[in-house]
Design a binder for this molecule. Structure first.
Ligand code: UD1
Ligand code: CA
Length: 447
């Protein structure tokens, strides 16, 4: 049976009070909408359809082309949203899964159960319900005396007796495509001016069909995100799940309560993450490495047996056995070879440091190629920016750069060359040469 998903994402998300579309707010570093897309893909046989409305361009740009987009130009309700994707289903006998974009905990298992039941159902709908004492905002399930589903009544239209019903509509359905799009045309405008998808239940019933339901195994799957309190609650739940998953996969988390691991991070066995550490983006950490405490690591690849203490790493690469920190900052394009050592207060940007190179204290290295076993003493700076352009520095193998040396780029220091403390190097230094002194002298008056 062919299964296609429709993800409803055209709502305003007014309660977020945000310029960013609600669907793009990050949860464990991933846009909210992406969770629905991922779970939909896990059970669909073709690309999910995402119904968007407000800020459509921003959503397309962030999510990309793994899905088909339909624009619902006016938000006239959930039935209207589904109806706006009809052209993509013409003449098909597919099953259609409908889900909302703001339910990040919906599982593959739940969708699979819906599809399995609907596959052998004579009627046109199977949908998910759950039981909750705090059912504010959700549609209530009306059942007959013999427990058959009769209809869903939206909260705004419910009588006091109906409001007391604990069985609620999760908002996830599996429909027969052909029946669905015909039924949507029969739905009447609600008193609030919207076309409710939930009215399809009553229509199917009046067509004489029985409507099977499934009950969520884990009621928290129904958790929807409507405001930033919900977002923080979801973040906490997800963080707990992710941390648990990594601990069971052989990672030591000193303090899971203060460890933040993004959804796209990958960790190997025997990695140790110390307290108060954030790992985000596509960060990967190999066996035996210890990261933290107090570290922020984004889109960085850390090799085996590295030690990263109280540091900030962005888009960097560390090969095996690197030790760094405390208080280092690796910026984009920093690449530290095997066994590199960075002590306190080092900053490296767009530079390669060769194997065994050491940089103990207070240095800035930018736009530099540095060989193996180079010693960079305290306070060395690559002066890579002249106010207009960036220039490159090269330091060859086994060079020894004395404390407080300023390397005025573009400049090259040869193999085994040395600079004395406080040298200002403005010209290339040949191999095996010692340079000292400060050549700075008056050139012209600045404006
Ligand atoms: C809906 C259900 C309710 C259910 C609840 C579960 C209806 C009428 N009600 O209510 O029974 O308990 O979900 O969360 O379906 N959307 C569009 N276009 C629109 C309107 C909405 O794309 O014109 C999208 C929203 O962005 C959202 C989803 O549809 O992702 C659900 O809409 P929302 O207004 O939040 O419906 P609820 O009031 O939560
Ligand atoms: Ca909602």
């Amino acid at each position: 049976m062919k299964v296609r998903s429709i993800i409803l994402a055209a709502g305003l998300g007014t309660r977020m009070l945000s310029r960013l579309p609600k669907m793009l707010h990050p949860l464990a570093g991933k846009p909210l909408l992406q969770y629905s897309i991922d779970v939909a893909k896990s059970v669909s046989s073709s690309r999910p359809v995402v119904v968007i409305g407000h800020q459509a361009e921003q959503i397309r740009e962030a999510i990309g082309d793994g899905v088909d987009y339909v624009v619902q130009s006016e938000q006239l309700g959930t039935a209207h949203a589904v109806g706006s994707s009809e052209a993509l289903f013409k003449g098909s006998d597919e099953l259609v899964l409908v889900l909302s974009a703001d339910m990040p905990f919906l599982s593959t298992n739940t969708l699979t159960r819906l599809v399995n039941i609907q596959s052998s159902n004579k009627g046109p709908i199977t949908f998910a319900t759950t039981f909750n004492d705090d059912s504010r905002g959700f549609g209530r399930i009306l059942r007959s005396n013999d427990n058959k589903v009769e209809a869903i009544v939206e909260e705004a239209q419910a009588t006091p007796e109906q409001l007391a019903i604990r069985e609620i509509n999760v908002g996830v359905y599996c429909f027969q495509a052909e029946w669905l799009f015909k039924a949507i045309k029969r739905i009447r405008n609600s008193p609030k001016g919207e076309y409710y998808l939930t009215d399809t239940i009553g229509l199917a019933r009046s067509d004489g069909f029985e409507i099977p339901t499934i009950t969520l195994v884990d009621p928290s799957e129904a958790m929807g995100i409507n405001n930033r309190v919900h977002l923080a609650e979801a973040e906490a739940i997800l963080r707990g799940q992710i941390n648990r998953q990594w601990m069971l996969a052989g990672v030591t988390l000193e303090d899971p309560n203060t460890t933040y691991i993004g959804a796209d991070v990958h960790l190997e066995e025997d990695v140790t993450i110390l307290a108060n550490t954030h790992l985000t983006g596509k960060t990967t950490i190999a066996k035996g490495s210890i990261v933290g405490p107090n570290s922020v690591v984004t889109n960085t690849i850390i090799g085996e047996n590295c030690i990263v203490t109280s540091s900030c790493l962005e888009s960097a690469v560390l090969e095996e056995g690197v030790a760094m920190g405390p208080y280092c900052h690796l910026r984009s394009g920093a690449h530290l070879g095997p066994g590199v050592h960075l002590g306190n207060f080092g900053e490296v940007k767009n530079s390669h440091l060769g194997p065994g190179t050491k940089m103990g204290h207070f240095s800035y290295i930018g736009d530099a190629q540095i060989g193996r076993d180079v010693n960079i003493s305290a306070g060395v700076i690559t002066c890579n920016y002249d106010g207009k352009n960036k220039h490159a520095t090269t330091i060859e193998d086994e060079a020894f750069i004395g404390s407080d040396t300023m390397l005025v780029a573009p400049v090259k220091v040869g193999k085994r060359a040395r600079s004395g403390a406080g040298a200002v190097v403005t010209k290339d230094v040949p191999d095996d040469m010692l340079v000292v002194g400060v050549p700075a002298h008056e050139i012209k008056k600045l404006k």
